[in-house]
Design a protein around this ligand. Structure first.
Ligand code: C2E
Ligand code: CA
Ligand code: CA
Ligand code: CA
Length: 281
């Protein structure tokens, strides 16, 4: 664009320039993170609210940056998605999570987050099949978490894609439900097994007069009518926990039970026979 004049630069504050530079540097480092073995998976238990029984885990990627220390996935996953690095990282997480969890005692399920960019790749079902075959994990123990944004991704969420994945025998969860800009039309056909209720609804739900409660109740009713499970995310307090139970949410995930923890730590707990966790604030 020519002739924008001096005014054009008014918006480029020093902070913005610095943020852009930081982002570029982070992207360069992320490029090497896999080869340098800087990624790791932490596992957060998913607990049945009724009896505190651990039924599964969510796999959450961690990046230990050699200089900056831990970098949040909320920061580096979007960078990976915009730079095509997500394919390699996503594949690594999927394969590693299947390998690690298949070696655990008991039959816990593992939920793996799938970026819309990954999901839209025609080779994605074949990748899932390969991860299952190589690890020996039973297909019904793998749950793929996808967000509504897959329905906005071009050529992404086709019926064919869903059919191929369900054909493998894996489970599908709808993550961050109700937080995107999507219609509900996809629920007519997309074969989800579970709806995850976002922490933005859980937070504040216990406050007097909060509308979040009505929203959660409506999500639970919708899920029940469609024969899907529900997980409440980000449950931190006893009050939130009690409310989720009274609203008939089936599964609970959050700091009230446990933070995400490294593989070795999780295995140690399972070997001690800790198949239930008491909620603790
Ligand atoms: P998400 O999929 O919605 O994951 C839930 C996030 O909530 C995780 O943050 C988890 O650590 C955090 N959390 C769990 N319990 C609580 C709680 O009680 N209170 C609060 N405040 N937070 C809680 P995390 O691990 O930082 O991940 C952030 C996001 O990064 C994830 O949100 C997901 O969108 C993305 N992400 C993480 N791992 C992966 C991955 O392997 N692949 C992809 N594509 N995205 C990932
Ligand atoms: Ca998730
Ligand atoms: Ca979520
Ligand atoms: Ca979220």
């Amino acid at each position: 664009a020519k002739g924008g004049g001096r005014g054009r630069f008014r918006f480029f504050s020093a902070d913005l320039l610095k943020a852009a530079a930081d982002r570029r540097l982070l992207e360069e480092d992320l490029h090497d993170a896999l080869q340098r073995d800087e990624l790791e998976i932490h596992y957060q238990p998913v607990v049945r609210a009724e009896d505190n029984h651990v039924v599964g885990v969510e796999a959450l990627v961690r990046w230990n940056h050699p200089e900056h220390g831990p970098v949040s996935p909320a920061r580096f996953i979007p960078i990976a998605e915009e730079s095509n690095l997500i394919k390699g990282i996503g594949e690594w997480v999927l394969r590693r999570a299947c390998e690690e969890v298949s070696a655990w005692p008991g039959g816990l399920r593992v939920a793996v987050n799938v970026s819309p960019v990954q999901f839209a790749d025609d080779g994605f079902p074949a990748l899932v099949a390969s991860a299952l075959a190589n690890s020996g994990l039973e297909p019904e123990r793998l749950e793929l978490e996808i967000t509504e944004s897959v329905f906005l991704q071009e050529g992404g969420a086709t019926n064919e894609r869903f059919k191929a994945l369900k054909g493998l025998g894996v489970r599908l969860a709808l993550d961050d439900f109700g937080t995107g800009y999507s219609s509900l039309g996809y629920l007519k056909t997309a074969p989800f097994d579970k709806i995850k209720i976002d922490q933005s609804f859980v937070r504040g739900a216990t406050e007097a007069g909060s509308r979040n409660r009505a929203i959660i109740a409506a999500i639970v009713a919708l899920a029940q009518a469609l024969e899907m499970d529900t997980t409440a995310e980000g449950v931190e307090s006893f009050d939130q926990f009690d409310l989720m139970k009274s609203l008939n949410v089936t599964l609970v995930q959050g700091y009230i039970y446990s933070q995400p923890i490294p593989n070795a730590e999780f295995v140690a707990k399972l070997n001690e026979g800790n198949w239930t966790i008491e909620p603790s604030g």
